[in-house]
Structure formats: C-alpha cells, structure tokens
Design a protein around this ligand. Structure first.
Ligand code: USQ
Length: 391
C-alpha cells in the first residue's frame, strides 16, 4: 500500500512512518516543519534527539529498508497539496499536519487564527485534492476526544440515536470543545462529514485521547526517537508528569485534578492507526473511532507517576494542585464508548501504569536536555487571559 503521511515529522507521524516502512509499505512524507518552529517560538524543544528531517529519513531507510519520498511544504497551500497528491497518487492518506497544541491556540489572537486557518484550510484543500485526483483513496484523519467535551451522558462513536418531540433520528453527537485547537478539530469533522456526503469520499475520523510515551517497537530497535515535548504549551499530561518527577519538580495537577481523559500509549496509537489503514472505510463511508485505551483522572495518573517515580528515582515526589489555567470541568461524568477498534481486532499491548517506568528511564537518559527547558514547564498560558489584537 502507498501511504502519504501529512505531518511525518511529528510525534505520531514519525512513529507511524517507521512502522509502515518496517511492514514493507511505500511511504510518502509531507511536512512544513512548523511544529519545530513553533516549539522554538516558546523557547523549548524536544528532549529526545531528533535529527534534521532529511537525515532522519535517510537513517530510517538504512534501518528498515524502503524509501520515503519526502515533500516539504504546507498542506494549507492548495497548489502544493494538489502537486503532491497528483504526483504520488497514494492509496491512503493520513492527515496529521495540523497545529496540535491546545495551549498554543490559547496564547493569543495570532495563534488562535493560525490554528483555525491552518487546520481547517489544510483539511478543505485535502478533500478537494482527493475528489479531483484520488477519489477512491482512504483518508485517515486525526481528530480528538476533546471534540466531545465532557457531557453528562455517555459519548458514542460519532453518531447516536435521539428522540425529540416524539420523533427519532440518528445524528452526529453534539460537540462541546474546550480550546480553539479542539474547536478546529470539530470544524474539520463537520467538513469531512459533508465532503463524504458530497462526493462519497472514504473517511475515518479518529477521535484520539491523550497519547503518552517515548517508545514503539521500531523506536526501541533503532534509537530513531520521535520528538518528546515537556513544556507547558507542547507537552501533554502524563509525559510532563514523568519529566517533573525526574527533574524533582512538583507534578502539576491542574485544579482539583478530577478531570478525566482517555489515554493510550504511542505504541497502541500506532497499532490503531495501522488497523484503520489495513481495514479502511468502505466506499462512501464516513466512520468515527474513539481511539483510547482507558480513561483516568489526572489525580490517578499523577499518583501512578508518584508511585513509579519514587521507586525508580529513590526520592520523594510531590503532587501540587496548581490553579487551573484552562476552562474545563474538574469533576464530571465520563463514559465514552470505544468498541469499534476492538471489533476490528485492536488489543492494547501496553499498560499505562507499567509504561510510566519506561518513560521515566528514557527521560533520565535525556535529563540534561530536560533541564535546559526546566523554566518552560510550569503553566503560564491562561485560557481567559488569551491576548487580543490590542495586547
Ligand atoms: N493537565 C494537568 N497538568 C498538566 C498538563 C495537563 O492537569 O501539567 C490536564 C489538563 O488540564 C487537561 C488534561 O490534563 O485536563 C489533558 O491535557 P493535555 O495537555 O495532556 O492534553 P490536551 O491539551 O487535551 O491535548 C492533547 C494533545 C492534543 C490531543 C488531545 C487529546 O496535545 O493534540 O488532541 O491531547 S484529548 O485530550 O483527548 O482531547
């Protein structure tokens, strides 16, 4: 299968490229390198060593065989994306080329606009390019569990049956996101649904939970690390907590810490994406997967890191309930369905509690780098103080 990965230089894109190469697929890689630039913009960086894009692609081919045809450019540029899709005619396209940080989108108007315009612009370009050039190809698009928010009822996988004033219908489940970033994904989902109705494009819209970890089988074998961010803008909860433990900083549970999220390891995320590619949406099908392994509260994962970290690091680890910089419920009902991937054959290989130990050992290896960004770890981006045009 020929797979185009848009966003190949990112946390998930890179790990997926290695898996596809190892399994003998043809890989086309596309990236604008904006994540590298935007992480630098907040004076931070990946603590795992990541090579220059061309070098890391050469190394991957040396290690796993195969070749990645790489194109540097912006999915938000229609001419560029038409050129790549028209030249390569991929069987499947994985769209990861979006601004993926909720805090980044909340820094101010410029970042909010960048996020909304970049994300929605890229997706609309892509569906037009697909209908014109590869109408039978399968699109696997990364959305987020955060599109649903935390309603006081069960969350289905995309659609639900509803009865209102005595009449019934099956409708998209209402979305209630909590950042401009998460809303950009909601808008994308709406646009994908419409593109599917218009042209019958085959689409899998993945509502993915928070991904954690440093390793996949390929990364452990090759040492070709994917990026690992730790700062308050680009780092995510469990990864950050492990770094805080190693650096001897208190674990920052925002607010009460009873907010719950779906989590899955990088290894399991790649396994799910591979399954979605190998068992694609059918003709005319738009399907939605809720992609996570288990849900935990922030307090629970903070406790796992404290327990695991105290044993490995042989020191006391503090959990600190800092004022919540975000706009989110800190105590709520949470019961999202996640059956469809399991029905396709997904079996989680990893376990969050055990993975904490691996992440801590890897972070220890790169603790010099982590120390460089120590002053970027504490939360500073406050949702209600997002800067406007006049700031
Ligand atoms: N949190 C803390 N302390 C921290 C960092 C985060 O308590 O130091 C809490 C947040 O308040 C939030 C939860 O952890 O309740 C998750 O925050 P996060 O920063 O780990 O993740 P989030 O901003 O939601 O975004 C991340 C990825 C995004 C992906 C999303 C999946 O950056 O690309 O779409 O996870 S989900 O959260 O399911 O929407």
């Amino acid at each position: 299968m020929k797979v185009a990965i848009l966003g190949i230089d990112g946390y998930i894109g890179w790990a997926l490229a290695l898996r596809l190469l190892r399994n003998g697929h043809e890989v086309v890689g596309v990236d604008s390198l904006y994540t590298r630039k935007r992480v630098e913009e907040v004076h931070s960086g990946s603590i795992t060593p990541i090579l220059d894009i061309n070098k890391r692609i050469d190394e991957a081919s040396k290690f796993f065989g195969g070749k990645i045809n790489y194109y540097q450019g912006d999915v938000n540029d229609p001419e560029f994306i038409y050129h790549v899709i028209g030249k390569e005619l991929p069987d499947s396209i994985v769209h990861l080329a979006e601004q993926r940080s909720a805090p980044y989108s909340m820094i101010g108007l410029r970042q909010a606009r960048e996020t909304l315009i970049q994300n929605m612009g890229g997706t609309i370009n892509l569906v037009y390019a697909m209908k014109d050039l590869v109408p039978k190809a399968h699109l696997l698009k990364l959305g987020t569990m955060g599109e649903y928010g935390t309603p006081n009822i069960d969350i289905p996988e995309g659609f639900f049956e509803i009865e209102y004033n005595g009449r019934k219908d099956t409708l998209p489940f209402p979305k209630f996101a909590g950042s401009w970033y998460h809303w950009s994904k909601v808008h994308d989902s709406n646009n994908l649904m419409f593109a599917n109705r218009l042209w019958g494009l085959r689409i899998t819209d993945v509502m993915q939970g928070v991904v954690y970890g440093t390793r996949t089988k390929e990364i452990s074998d090759s040492g070709l690390y994917t990026r690992f961010d730790i700062d308050e803008v680009w780092g995510t909860a469990l990864n950050r907590f492990c770094v805080q433990a190693v650096l001897g900083m208190p674990i920052t549970a925002y607010g009460r810490g009873d907010q719950r999220r779906g989590f899955l390891s990088l290894e399991d995320s790649i396994a799910c994406l591979m399954l979605g590619l190998e068992k694609p949406a059918g003709e005319n099908e738009y399907r939605v997967y809720n992609q996570f392994d288990e849900h935990y509260s922030i307090n629970e994962i903070a406790e796992f890191v404290k327990d695991g970290g105290e044993k490995i690091l042989n020191k006391e680890i503090e959990i600190s309930h800092v004022p919540n910089p975000r706009l989110e419920k800190e105590q709520h009902y949470y019961n999202p369905e996640h059956k469809k991937l399991r029905e396709l054959g997904y079996k989680p290989a990893r376990n969050l509690r055990e993975d904490v130990n691996d992440i801590i050992s890897d972070v220890q290896k790169f603790s010099e780098n982590a120390r460089k960004y120590r002053d970027r770890v504490a939360p500073k981006t406050i949702w209600r103080e997002s800067a406007g045009f006049l700031n």
